[in-house]
Design a protein around this ligand. Structure first.
Ligand code: SF4
Length: 326
């Protein structure tokens, strides 16, 4: 098994809101290996994007540490910091906002190549831009070089964003809702491109999404982490999590995914929550934060004690009910 490229140790991120302190991310520990895919899923406000931003160095941690190749990113200086900055690249949700509308596709991709000295001379840069466009399936590349972002579809723009992220030869990609703004028909094709790149370049990928069906498709050979109100509540190999979900929240999310066959969807048992209201981070429930909604609530222990993320049948699960059985 390869070494972790990235490790989160008890990472917490707080924000001041209305004179109170909220924990957007609370005590998250996670190690991602070289070449591995890990999906973080959960409802909006669960802390998955904040986690991605801390890994990318956009936000500092409030406590805990993030290690890139065993070095705390908060302490990196000089060349080590540059290696981390280039090694970890983020693909954002909105390809409309992340590409400069006044630059051609060739210029957008050439800029980081030149800036970081990955190519020398116009001819070599142009050739590398062509290679990168072909890698993200924008072919033939010459059809795209002189176009502006507004002349491309949403899916094509996102492919340009991916090509730009690849210019600096990263080893770790954070894709934050990277396919959620493109048409449903394009999503699978973009995910297939990301998978192909991951395999060809040995990239580790942290894929952040609210859509467990997408996570299931993309991370089938990797792992899925489910977040709820800032905490990681289940982390497991994707197949195990989908076929044998252990945390009640994961079970609810899976029960809500429509199947390709409408008849299977009709027969599927939909799990009802005790409450549809998502608690505010300003007024987090005591004990297990899921307890006001949990269909398997078991009383005082759920109301009073925060469950730890413990080993359970090859996964890690934060639930008193599961932890009692294992
Ligand atoms: Fe439900 Fe209790 Fe488990 Fe929380 S700890 S998920 S409330 S059973």
């Amino acid at each position: 098994m390869s070494n972790p490229i990235l490790t989160l140790n008890h990472v917490t991120r707080t924000f001041a809101v209305k004179r109170q302190t909220i924990k957007a991310v609370d005590d998250v520990s996670l190690a991602i290996r070289e070449g591995e895919i890990v999906c973080l899923v959960g409802e909006s406000g669960c802390g998955k994007t904040t986690t991605g931003k801390m890994i990318a160095g956009v936000l500092p941690v409030s406590s805990g540490e993030i290690l890139f190749r065993n070095q705390n990113i908060a302490n990196l200086r000089g060349d080590d910091r540059k290696q981390y900055r280039l090694g970890v690249q983020m693909i954002h949700q909105d390809p409309y906002a992340s590409l400069n509308p006044t630059h051609t596709i060739a210029d957008i991709i050439a800029a980081p190549l030149r800036h970081h000295g990955f190519t020398r001379g116009d001819a070599a840069t142009r050739e590398r831009v062509r290679e990168l466009l072909a890698r993200v399936d924008l072919t033939p590349p010459d059809d795209y070089l002189e176009k502006f972002p507004h002349q491309l579809s949403g899916g094509q723009r996102q492919r340009v964003s991916i090509a730009r992220a690849l210019t600096v030869a990263p080893s770790f990609i954070i894709a934050d809702e990277a396919v959620s703004m493109v048409d449903v028909s394009i999503r699978i094709s973009l995910l297939n491109t990301l998978t192909k790149l991951k395999d060809a370049m040995g990239l580790a990928v942290l894929f952040i999404t609210h859509d467990l069906a997408l996570a299931k498709y993309f991370a089938w050979e990797g792992r899925i982490g489910v977040m709820y109100l800032g905490r990681l509540v289940e982390l497991a190999p994707a197949r195990d999590l989908v076929e044998r979900p252990q945390h009640p929240y994961t079970q609810v999310l899976l029960s809500a995914i429509p199947e390709a066959d409408p008849e299977v969807t009709r027969r599927k048992k939909h799990i009802e929550l005790r409450s549809m209201d998502v608690p505010s981070l300003l007024r987090l429930p005591t004990g297990c934060a899921f307890h006001p909604r949990c269909p398997q609530f078991i009383g005082a222990v759920c109301e009073q004690n925060v469950p730890g993320l413990l080993e359970a049948n090859g996964a890690r699960v934060a639930c008193h009910l599961v932890n009692r059985k294992t």
